[in-house]
Design a protein around this ligand. Structure first.
Ligand code: NAP
Length: 284
C-alpha cells in the first residue's frame, strides 16, 4: 500500500510530497512523474518514482496497487483533452482497486470555462465506483505574486475582476490539505471547498503592494474584452487570454470567494495571508 501522487514534479505536487514526508516514511510514498529527471530530488529523499504520462494509458498499467491512496493532480497543459487524461488515471486506479482517489478540482461556484474540465472529471470519478475525495482548490496566491515584474514596472494591477474578492491561499496550504486527506481517515466521498480565510479585492492587493514597495501601485479595472486584448498584445495565445479573462469575470461575480472554512479546518491552522506571499515574492 502506497500513497501515490501524480504531477509530483509540479509546484503543488512537490509541496504535497514535502508534507507527506513529515507524516509517513518515504518508502510509503510514490511520486508519479512523466519526466524522470525532474524527480531525481524526490528519489534522493527515498520516495519511490513511477514514470507515467496522462497521454499514454499503458504507462499507468500496473502502476497502482489495491489499497493505495491516490492524489490525481489535474493536468496543466492548455489545449489537451484533460478529461481524457484524467479518465486514464481514474480507470487505472479503479482497475487496481485503490482505497481512495482524491482529485484537485476547482471551486463548485466557478462557472468560468476553466471549470468545465474539472466538473467533467468529477463526474468520471463519481461514476468510477472508487471512494473519491474532491479537493476543490480555490486560487493560489502565487497566480498573482509569481508575476510581479510587469505589475511593479507599470505600477498597476490590471484585471477585469471589478470589485470581486478572491479567497486565495498558498500552494503550500492546498498541499497540506491534500496530505491531510491522504493520511487521515473519513474523507472518502466528501467534497471540500478550499480557499483562504481572508478574501481580498484587487484594490486591496494594489494597496498592499504599495505599502510594501513604497511606490504608488493602483488597480486598473478593465473589461474582460480589454483584458483579452492586453494579454494577446503581450503575446499570450487567444485561447489562454480568453481563459484568464473568463476567470476575472467570475471573480467579479464573487465566484472565487470561498467561505466554507474547509481549508483551515483540514490543515488545522489559519491559511497563509496574501501579504506573506507578497513579501516572499519581493524577497525572491
Ligand atoms: N488553483 C489554482 O490557482 C491553479 C492555478 C494553476 C493551475 N492549477 C491546476 O492545478 C494543477 C497543479 O498546479 P501546479 O501549480 O502544481 O501546476 P504545475 O506546476 O504546472 O504542475 C502540473 C503537473 O502536472 C504534470 N503533468 C502535466 N501534464 C501531464 C501529463 N500529460 N502526464 C503526466 N503528468 C503531467 C506536470 O508534469 P511535469 O512536472 O513533467 O511538467 C506537473 O508535474 C495544475 O496542473 C492545474 O490543473 C490550479
Amino acid at each position: 500500500m502506497s500513497i501515490v501522487v501524480t504531477g509530483a514534479t509540479g509546484r503543488l505536487g512537490r509541496h504535497v510530497v514535502d508534507h507527506l514526508l513529515q507524516k509517513v516514511p518515504a518508502e510509503q510514498i510514490t511520486a508519479v512523474a512523466r519526466t524522470p529527471e525532474k524527480a531525481a530530488g524526490l528519489a534522493s529523499r527515498g520516495v519511490r518514482i513511477a514514470v507515467a504520462d496522462y497521454d499514454a494509458p499503458q504507462t499507468f498499467e500496473g502502476l497502482f496497487a489495491p489499497g493505495d491512496r491516490v492524489l490525481l493532480i489535474s493536468g496543466s497543459e492548455v489545449g489537451k483533452d484533460r478529461v481524457r487524461q484524467h479518465r486514464t488515471v481514474i480507470e487505472a486506479a479503479a482497475a487496481a482497486g485503490v482505497a481512495q482517489l482524491a482529485y484537485t478540482s476547482a471551486p463548485g461556484s466557478l462557472t468560468a470555462a476553466l471549470a468545465d474540465d474539472h466538473r467533467a472529471t468529477e463526474e468520471v470519478l463519481r461514476a468510477s465506483g472508487l471512494p473519491w475525495t474532491l479537493l476543490r482548490n480555490g486560487w493560489y496566491h502565487e497566480n498573482y505574486t509569481e508575476n510581479l515584474g510587469p505589475v511593479l514596472e507599470r505600477r498597476a494591477v490590471v484585471a477585469a475582476a471589478g470589485e470581486g474578492r478572491v479567497s486565495s491561499a498558498s500552494r503550500a496550504d492546498y498541499a497540506a490539505a491534500a496530505a491531510a486527506v491522504l493520511t487521515g481517515e473519513g474523507h472518502e466521498n466528501r467534497t471540500f471547498e478550499l480557499g483562504g480565510d481572508t478574501a481580498w479585492s484587487f484594490a486591496e492587493y494594489a494597496a498592499e503592494l504599495s505599502r510594501v514597495t513604497g511606490e504608488e501601485i493602483v488597480y486598473k479595472a478593465v473589461t474582460p474584452q480589454q483584458l483579452t486584448g492586453i494579454l494577446t498584445g503581450a503575446g499570450l495565445p487567444e485561447q489562454a487570454a480568453a481563459v484568464f479573462a473568463g476567470v476575472d469575470a467570475s471573480i467579479a461575480k464573487g465566484e472565487l470567494e470561498i467561505t466554507s472554512g474547509d481549508l483551515s479546518r483540514l490543515i488545522g491552522r489559519p491559511t497563509t495571508p496574501l501579504s506573506d506571499a507578497v513579501a516572499a515574492a519581493l524577497k525572491a
